[in-house]
Design a protein around this ligand. Structure first.
Ligand code: UDX
Ligand code: UDX
Length: 458
């Protein structure tokens, strides 16, 4: 069959994999190929055990793979044979040199640009899918035009707003698709090519077009605003704990103002994930670069409050459990950075586990999807750590349970049974406010939610 468009994605990660699977599903008339330098990852994408867990993803891949969705390690062939190239390689925080700890590390990005230049034999539209510092497209264009090979490259910004755990729903029914392009004839033509792809399933009014710099910056700003909401509610949760106000009631009252809205107002143990911290630090670095130090400080405080919230959670556990955790067994319920994913990147669980081990607590970690990643995150941590997928087994003999991830399954456990099997006094620290605190208290637990009065028997 002749395909109408041939699309390549470089980077088969949490962004590239699901995004391309949904394009392949929605556009059977296009051929979609995903390439990656990591052969294990590609082999997993081609197997029954996909490298990432995302609700609904397995079914889509089963339906489209080898029909119009292909996974391969042959990057050169992919570049040669496709006209539209999405790039979703990782852009972690730079760990060395100038900008270390803040700026985005663009080495994979640049390497990819050079590969595109090397292997291209015809015109390409290069699509920035990864989250990038504003002005990256300019650097990309410079690299792509560094030889006089006569090939035309157009760089377009098309940031991805999917959230893990709801990636498929976010892709199938996005709030908006953003396409930033140069306002030249070629730029606008490239933009229209991309609009055409999304128009297969996204209503026209939700496909918005901007200039390329607005496209790049909007993605950073969207993540910064979302993280800022979490830090705002978490900051207020600290005040609630001092004043006997209840953060859920405050969030409800505040969120019913339609100008504010009720989403992203769940107080928690802190935000995690591969994007929020990285993107805010990237924004901070950009502001500093342009001499906007007050603006940089403002956004940096979002990350500082997040660190404060995680530390507060630990200090609360320590203080409550009579200022010593040494030799006490503590079960961490959840290790993923949020529910419905196995991803643990920047998960507050990593920080919490390490701090508890420093206090010489013994840990039992349970999570339905993230145990493999948890083991790898804690492989260098010293101390006594056990892993089990069974929350009942995890809690048995423990002095405390800390809810770190808001998995639904934790809401419906038999806590009477759990209580009987725990050491007494038994503590629950609900870092996600998902449990029925009063009921647990009546069973005998001492209950410590986030931003709400604690319920204790002593
Ligand atoms: C990544 C970035 O982290 C994020 O900033 C951006 O918004 C989208 O891309 P994610 O998909 O979650 O997000 O990253 P990851 O799961 O690490 O996937 C990146 C993939 O790119 C990896 O599979 C890696 O092997 C691959 N890669 C990396 C290449 O194929 N070539 C490279 O040169 C570098
Ligand atoms: C985020 C953005 O939502 C998405 O648009 C972007 O493309 C990538 O970054 P993601 O990191 O996958 O997505 O998950 P998200 O749902 O935003 O949650 C991020 C963190 O904030 C999680 O640790 C989550 O538990 C926490 N969070 C979120 C809260 O603590 N409280 C809330 O009310 C909402």
């Amino acid at each position: 069959m002749e395909f109408e468009k041939k699309i390549l994605c470089i980077g088969a990660g949490y962004v590239g994999g699901p995004t391309m699977a949904v394009i392949a599903l929605m556009c059977p008339q296009y051929k979609v190929t995903v390439v990656d330098i990591n052969p294990t990852r590609i082999a997993e994408w081609n197997s029954d055990h996909l490298p990432i867990f995302e609700p609904g993803l397995d079914e889509i891949v089963k339906k489209t793979r080898d029909r119009n969705l292909f996974f391969s390690t042959d990057i050169a062939k992919g570049i040669r044979e496709n006209d539209i190239i999405f790039v979703s390689v990782n852009t972690p925080t730079k760990e060395f040199g100038i900008g270390a700890g803040q700026a985005a590390d663009l080495q994979y990005w640049e390497k990819t640009a050079r590969q595109i230049l090397e292997f291209s034999e015809s015109a390409k539209i290069v699509v920035e899918k990864s989250t990038l510092p504003v002005k990256t497209a300019e650097a990309m264009e410079r690299i792509l035009s560094s030889t006089n090979n006569g090939i035309k490259f157009d760089v377009v910004s098309n940031p991805e707003f999917l959230a893990e755990g709801t990636a498929i729903a976010d892709l199938v029914d996005p709030d908006r698709v953003l396409i930033g392009s140069r306002e030249t004839a070629n730029g606008l033509q490239a933009r229209d090519e991309l609009v055409e792809i999304y128009a297969n399933w996204v209503p026209g009014e939700r496909i918005i077009t901007t200039n390329v710099w607005s496209g790049e910056l909007s993605k950073l700003v969207a993540n910064a605003f979302l993280a800022q909401r979490v830090s705002s509610i978490n900051a207020i949760s600290a005040l609630c704990e001092k004043t006997d106000a209840d953060i859920s009631e405050v969030a409800m009252a505040v969120g019913m103002d339609s100008r504010i809205g009720d989403k992203f107002l769940n107080a928690s143990v802190g935000f995690g994930g591969s994007c929020f911290k990285k993107d805010i630090l990237n924004l901070v670095y950009l502001c500093q670069h342009y001499g906007l130090h007050e603006v940089a400080d403002y956004w940096e405080s979002v990350v500082k409050i997040n660190e404060y919230q995680q530390e507060r959670f630990i200090l609360n556990m320590l203080g409550t459990m009579f200022n010593t955790l040494s030799g006490k067994r503590i079960a961490l319920f959840g290790f993923a950075f949020k529910a419905n994913t196995g991803d643990t990147r920047e998960s507050p669980a990593i920080f919490i586990a390490k701090r508890l081990l420093e206090e010489k607590a013994e840990l039992v970690i349970t999570d339905p999807k993230a145990l493999k990643n948890a083991m790898s995150d804690l492989q260098d941590a010293r101390g006594n750590v056990n892993y089990t997928a069974d929350p009942y087994e995890a809690a048995a003999g423990c002095h405390a349970i800390a809810i770190v991830t808001e998995w639904d399954l934790y809401r419906n456990l038999d806590f009477e049974k759990i209580y009987r099997a725990m050491a007494k006094p038994a503590f629950i620290f609900d870092g996600r406010n998902i449990l029925e605190h009063k009921r647990l208290f009546e069973m005998g637990f001492n209950v410590f939610p986030v931003g709400k009065p604690s319920l204790k028997h002593f």
